[in-house]
Design a protein around this ligand. Structure first.
Ligand SMILES: Cc1cc2nc3c(=O)[nH]c(=O)nc-3n(C[C@H](O)[C@H](O)[C@H](O)COP(=O)(O)OP(=O)(O)OC[C@H]3O[C@@H](n4cnc5c(N)ncnc54)[C@H](O)[C@@H]3O)c2cc1C
Length: 449
C-alpha cells in the first residue's frame, strides 16, 4: 500500500513561521508540535488523518486557537489546523449558511451581516466558530435565539470508523442523529474533524446596546441587582457583568437588546437606579456595530492565562457575593476578574438531554479570569482561580466545557452532568478506537458484559 503524504501548508520547527504557527491564545500552557498542517480543503484533512494512523503519531485538531488548556496543541505530534478553510455560503431563500470549520466569529458575523442575517454566538471575533459551537456557544443573543448549537442544522465530519478507515460523514437531526446530538455541547476534538457546519440564520438589522459602570463601593448592590434583573427581564435582552479587581475599581454591566433604545432604557431603569453609576451608555446601532462594541481584540492578545468557570442555578446569596468581593480584594493583580453572562430565555426552552449541553436550567454562566506577565507569577494566579472556584462551589454547579480547567477532578460530571453516559456511547459508535483523545476527552463506553 502506498504511503499517505501530508498535503496542505506544512510548517515544522525549521520554518521561520513556526513560532507564530504554534502559538495559541493562552501562552501559559506552551506546546511544541513536530508538524502543523494548515489544511486547505477536506482532502487535506483526510490525508492528515490517514497519515497519523499510518505513522502512529499523536495529533490534535485546531481552528481558532482559543482552547483555555491548549487541548488543540500537542508536544511532538501533528496539529491538524483547519483555520485556512473558512469559506461561507449563505442561502437567503432558505435562510441557511454553510460555513467551513476554520471561520472565526469575526468572519462569520461580517459575511452574514452582508445579507442582513446572523447566528447567536460569542463576542470575541478571533474565537473559532467550530470550537465554540461544539461546546454550545453563548453570547449576546443567547436569550432570544438560544445557544449557537441550537441554530446548527448539520455538520460534516471526517471520522475513523470501526474498520480504521477514514470516512466523511454528515450528521443532522435525521442522519447520524446521535452524533449530531453530541456535537451540540459535547465539546471539540472528541469524535472526528468537523469540516463544515450548516446553520439556520436569523434576520437582524438594528439593535440597542448598553453599558453601565460602577465603582467598587457599589460592588454588592450592583451585582445583586444585576443577577435578579438580568435573568428575568425581556428575553430579547442578554447581558453580562464583569466584576474587576478592587485595584481596577470597575464593575461593568453591558448588553444587547433586539428592540428600540427607548424600550431598553425603560427595561434598564431598575439597574440604573442602583448605587451611583459613573457612566451610562444606551444607544441604538446597526447590528454589526454592536458586534464590534462587544469585541475586545486588545484585551485578547496571546498572554499567559488561567481561566475556569461554573453555572448558577439560582441567584447568589449575600455570603457568595461577599466571597467574590474578598477574592477580588485579594487578587494576584489588577487584571483578575469574574465575568458573568445571563442565560434563560431560549436557552432554557430546550431540555437538558435534548442536546449534549446539559446546563439548560442555569440562569447565569460564571467565568474566573487571571492573566500575568512573568512565569514567577503563574502559581499565585492559578491558585487564586482554583481557590475562588472551590470557595464558590457550594453556590454553583458544573462548568461550561468551553471553559475547560485541567484541575477539575470530576470533569465528566462538571461538563456534562447526566449526559456523559450517552456521550460515551456516541464515542464508541463513531471513534471506537479512541483515536481522538486528549486530557479530558470523552472515553468510549465499554460494556464488559
Ligand atoms: C478570549 C476568549 C473569548 C471567548 N468568548 C466566548 C464567548 O463569547 N462565548 C462562548 O461560548 N465561548 C467563548 N470562549 C470559549 C470558546 O468557545 C472556546 O475556547 C472554544 O473551544 C474555542 O474554539 P477555537 O476553535 O477558537 O479553539 P481551538 O483551540 O482551535 O479548539 C478548541 C477545541 O475544539 C477542537 N477543535 C478545533 N477545531 C475542530 C474541528 N474542526 N473539529 C473538531 N474539533 C475541533 C480542538 O481540538 C479543541 O479541543 C472564549 C474563549 C476565549 C479565549
Amino acid at each position: 500500500m502506498e504511503e499517505t503524504k501530508l498535503t496542505g501548508r506544512i510548517v515544522t520547527p525549521d520554518d521561520a513561521e513556526y513560532e507564530q504557527a504554534r502559538t495559541n491564545n493562552n501562552l501559559g500552557v506552551p506546546k511544541f508540535p513536530r508538524i502543523i498542517v494548515f489544511c486547505q480543503n477536506t482532502n487535506d484533512v483526510v490525508n492528515a488523518l490517514k497519515w497519523v494512523k499510518e505513522n502512529h503519531v499523536p495529533f490534535r485538531i485546531r481552528s481558532g486557537r482559543h482552547s483555555y488548556e491548549n487541548f488543540s496543541l500537542v508536544n511532538g505530534g501533528l496539529v491538524i489546523d483547519v483555520s485556512e478553510m473558512d469559506g461561507i455560503k449563505i442561502d437567503s431563500k432558505s435562510m441557511t449558511a454553510k460555513i467551513e470549520a476554520g471561520a472565526n466569529l469575526g468572519k462569520v458575523y461580517n459575511e452574514l451581516w452582508k445579507k442582513g442575517t446572523t447566528i447567536p454566538a460569542g463576542t470575541e471575533s478571533s474565537v473559532g466558530l467550530v470550537g465554540l459551537v461544539l461546546g454550545g456557544g453563548i453570547g449576546m443573543l443567547s436569550r432570544l435565539f438560544g445557544l449557537t448549537c441550537d441554530n446548527l442544522l448539520e455538520v460534516e465530519m471526517a471520522i475513523v470508523n470501526e474498520q480504521r478507515e477514514v470516512e466523511l460523514i454528515k450528521a443532522n437531526k435525521n442522519h447520524n442523529s446521535d452524533l449530531f446530538w453530541a456535537c451540540c455541547g459535547g465539546g471539540g476534538g472528541n469524535f472526528g474533524i468537523v469540516t463544515s457546519l450548516t446553520f439556520k440564520v436569523q434576520p437582524i438589522s438594528k439593535v440597542s446596546i448598553f453599558s453601565i459602570t460602577w465603582e467598587w463601593e457599589d460592588f454588592e448592590a450592583a451585582f445583586d441587582a444585576w443577577q435578579h434583573w438580568a435573568t428575568n427581564t425581556d428575553k430579547r435582552l442578554t447581558s453580562e457583568i464583569e466584576l474587576k479587581s478592587k485595584e481596577a475599581n470597575q464593575i461593568i454591566a453591558q448588553g444587547e437588546f433586539v428592540g428600540s433604545s427607548f424600550k431598553l432604557k425603560e427595561l434598564l431603569q431598575p439597574l440604573i437606579d442602583v448605587g451611583c453609576p459613573k457612566k451610562v451608555v444606551i444607544k441604538e446601532v446597526s447590528y454589526i456595530e454592536a458586534v464590534q462594541f462587544f469585541d475586545d481584540p486588545s484585551g485578547n492578545q496571546p498572554a499567559p492565562r488561567k481561566r475556569s468557570g461554573s453555572f448558577l442555578n439560582k441567584p447568589f446569596p449575600k455570603e457568595a457575593i461577599l466571597t467574590m468581593k474578598h477574592f477580588l480584594e485579594n487578587a494576584p493583580n489588577e487584571k483578575s476578574s469574574i465575568w458573568h453572562q445571563s442565560l434563560g430565555g431560549a436557552v432554557e426552552e430546550v431540555g437538558s438531554n435534548e442536546t449534549a449541553f446539559y446546563y439548560r436550567d442555569a440562569i447565569i454562566a460564571q467565568e474566573y479570569l487571571a492573566t500575568w506577565s512573568h512565569p514567577s507569577e503563574e502559581r499565585a494566579n492559578i491558585r487564586w482561580i482554583e481557590e475562588l472556584r472551590n470557595a464558590l462551589s457550594r453556590y454553583t454547579t458544573g462548568d461550561y466545557v468551553n471553559w475547560p480547567d485541567r484541575f477539575i477532578r470530576d470533569w465528566p460530571t462538571a461538563y456534562y452532568g447526566e449526559n456523559f453516559k450517552k456521550l460515551r456511547e456516541v464515542k464508541r459508535a463513531y471513534d471506537p478506537c479512541n483515536l481522538f483523545h486528549f486530557p479530558q476527552s470523552i472515553p468510549p463506553f465499554i460494556n464488559w458484559f
